[in-house]
Design a protein around this ligand. Sequence first.
Ligand code: FES
Length: 82
Amino acid sequence: MRVITVCVGSACHLKGSHDLINYFKDAIKDAKLENKVELKGTFCMDMCTDGANILIDDEVFHLSSVDEARAIFEREILQKLD
Ligand code: FES
């Protein structure tokens, strides 16, 4: 199981983390990966100035747009499916 964790702390929220959650939710559903990829939220990860921050498994990514989220999803999830 892969895990995408999106920071929903206030700084990341202001930088669009809510849109990232919606994007990842749809992307997981569209790719029919509900049983392979879990989407979670987390409170502040203490990297507020770098946000919006997400984790894919244990790796941190700093995203500033849904387009970046799309690129990360393709590279880190779709291209690495078993
Ligand atoms: S609010 Fe996301 S890292 Fe602090």
